[in-house]
Design a protein around this ligand. Structure first.
Ligand code: HEC
Ligand code: HEC
Ligand code: HEC
Ligand code: HEC
Ligand code: HEC
Length: 432
């Protein structure tokens, strides 16, 4: 557990290390900002706790004054009614298949993720991050009970003596979504007799469970970070919302299987939540059938050059959505008859552009709205016999990976590979 180190927080390096994601900024290329931070920058303050119940009450009273996206989803100090443990593994004893799917999901890795650990472990606003990446208070090593100078970077914290490290490592675990006030909630199965209590809850079928974390937009005046997840409003403005197709319809496709061991076969929502499909740990990711790449890519040979059409064919929101650092890239390179490169490759980046210094600000956004297309032509160089068109989804730049010492961390996924000649186009989706 990272202990509060006053010297560390006083360090001028702090600004440079606020290299965060989503609710965050990026490493500064402008070292000036770091140099100007006064040496006595105050930091988070850890105060002595009293008793568990008193500290919990103080933390809850403070959190109740904060906006919803700054609040944890639950407490979780006791297992839910009717089960012995809160851990995903214990739910998995009966919900075997759902557990196996969750285990390879990004949600299960939201705490252990090397990028999250690199970005979220150190700075004063860490208490904000943990509310979405480990949504129960029992998963947090420290609880906020107030702010100094009304500044989110300067929380007053107490140690949580009841930290459940095993549950914390599970990130966005079953109880994070399914337990409200100590009782398991679900979509409401018909003719069901679970061994634990269940409340049928409409939030499971109308996106609310998802939007609690995936729709949060806040700028913090004067800060080099912002909270910027607008997947909910992007979806609401598009054609899928109008057609009644929600987050789970695409991200939790259904399969015929039992909900629990030895139970009846039902049409059960998969717990994979595949997004762009870039793994967090090489080799661990939901299969392609969980969700296709959002991009539809077409390319044809013309006299002027290769004509490329990129469409947001499958995503129910902007492509890409979520983290502002993500982008989709389409590269076109020409080869001569012998397969040697000719001409200058063309590269198109589809994503947001942010400036983090002196304050966080979005300066560009050329993402594709649902079903929108963009087309362009990459001029034909002399001697070109064919073109290779490759699309890829990216999580971060090499520069950001280097900055965080994320050697070997999967940064991108090649999604499409096309070969274009005057005779026609071959290839398609290559993502696994
Ligand atoms: C309001 C909820 C919320 C808060 C608060 C939050 N995050 Fe996240 N975070 C998300 C969601 C949702 C995603 C998934 C979006 C995506 O992958 O594009 C995410 C993704 C990430 C990722 C992975 C990005 C990627 O491209 O795979 C990192 C790293 C991360 N967050 C770090 C942080 C840090 C550090 C903080 C605190 C400064 C933080 N988050 C605060 C909701 C939140
Ligand atoms: C990110 C939130 C989230 C997490 C984490 C999560 N679930 Fe779910 N779960 C849902 C949603 C949403 C539904 C309903 C989806 C639908 O009906 O389309 C659901 C449905 C279910 C159902 C009902 C199945 C059915 O046929 O309707 C069970 C059982 C279940 N989840 C168990 C689990 C278990 C066990 C875990 C952990 C291994 C888990 N869930 C983790 C969001 C979550
Ligand atoms: C001892 C076995 C067992 C354990 C442990 C268990 N469940 Fe269940 N659960 C069941 C059974 C059986 C059903 C009903 C299945 C059916 O009707 O097809 C069920 C149903 C559910 C439902 C669907 C409720 C509805 O009507 O929408 C959810 C959600 C759920 N469980 C979540 C969990 C979570 C989360 C855990 C861990 C904290 C857990 N379960 C632990 C056996 C178990
Ligand atoms: C407790 C907050 C929380 C809830 C609730 C939640 N998510 Fe997430 N989700 C996250 C975070 C955080 C990440 C990113 C984790 C990381 O990258 O380490 C994420 C990642 C994802 C991804 C994967 C992105 C990728 O490319 O890997 C998808 C898809 C997703 N969530 C969809 C959903 C859906 C659908 C629901 C509702 C059923 C939901 N989420 C509920 C916080 C949440
Ligand atoms: C019509 C189907 C569809 C719907 C509806 C949908 N998504 Fe997606 N989503 C996708 C596809 C396809 C991708 C993969 C995009 C890509 O290739 O990067 C995706 C990607 C994501 C990602 C990862 C970031 C990215 O762009 O790759 C997150 C997070 C996410 N979706 C969350 C949500 C949430 C939350 C909702 C509900 C508000 C939702 N999605 C509704 C199809 C859908």
């Amino acid at each position: 557990m990272p202990r509060f180190d006053p010297l560390w927080f006083a360090s001028p390096i702090l600004v440079g290390l606020l290299a965060l994601s989503g609710c965050g900024g990026q490493p500064s290329t402008d070292r000036q900002a770091a140099a100007e931070t006064p040496a006595e920058t105050p930091g988070p303050k850890v105060v002595p706790g009293t008793d568990l119940a008193g500290d919990l009450a103080r933390a809850q009273a403070f959190l109740a004054t904060r906006p919803e996206y700054e609040q944890p989803l639950g407490v979780g100090l006791k297992p839910p009614e009717g089960v012995q443990s809160s851990s995903a593994a214990s739910c998995g004893r009966c919900h075997t298949q759902i557990y196996a799917e969750w285990k390879v999901s990004t949600h299960a890795l939201a705490w252990k993720d090397r990028q999250f650990q690199a970005e979220g472990g150190k700075s004063g606003n860490r208490w904000l991050c943990v509310n979405c990446h480990t949504p129960m208070l029992s998963q947090h090593d420290q609880w906020p009970v107030g702010l100094q100078q009304d500044d989110v970077d300067l929380p007053i914290l107490v140690q949580n003596p009841a930290l459940d490290e095993g549950l914390r490592d599970e990130g966005i675990t079953c109880v994070g979504c399914h337990v409200v006030d100590g009782v398991i909630h679900g979509p409401g199965l018909s003719n069901s007799h679970p061994p634990h209590e269940v409340v049928a809850d409409p939030r499971f079928t109308d996106n609310r469970v998802c939007l609690r974390c995936h729709q949060a937009v806040a700028t913090y005046p004067g800060k080099q970070y912002a909270c910027t997840f607008a997947t909910g409003t992007e979806w609401a403005a598009g054609p899928y919302a109008a057609a009644g197709k929600g987050c789970a319809d695409c991200h939790m496709p259904r399969a015929e299987m039992p909900v629990a061991e030895d139970g009846p076969v039902r049409s059960v929502p998969r717990h994979w939540w595949r997004g762009a499909g870039i793994p967090k740990v090489a080799g661990i990711q939901p299969p392609l059938k969980a969700n296709p790449p959002g991009l539809g890519l077409a390319a044809t040979w013309t006299d002027a050059g290769v004509h490329v059409v990129a469409t947001n064919a499958h995503a129910g929101h902007d492509l890409p959505t979520g983290d502002p650092e993500r982008w989709v890239q389409i590269d076109v390179r020409y080869e001569d008859a012998k397969g040697q490169p000719v001409g200058t490759p063309g590269s198109e980046r589809i994503g947001q552009t942010w400036k983090w210094y002196p304050v966080a600000e979005k300066v560009g956004d050329n993402r594709l709205a649902p079903r929108a297309s963009r087309d362009w032509t990459v001029p034909l160089p002399d001697g070109a016999a064919r073109a290779v068109v490759e699309a890829s989804s990216h999580r971060m730049t090499q520069e950001t990976a280097d900055y965080h010492h994320l050697d070997g961390y999967p940064r991108f996924l090649v999604t499409h590979h096309l070969v274009v000649t005057p005779q026609g186009t071959t290839g398609g989706v290559v993502a696994k």
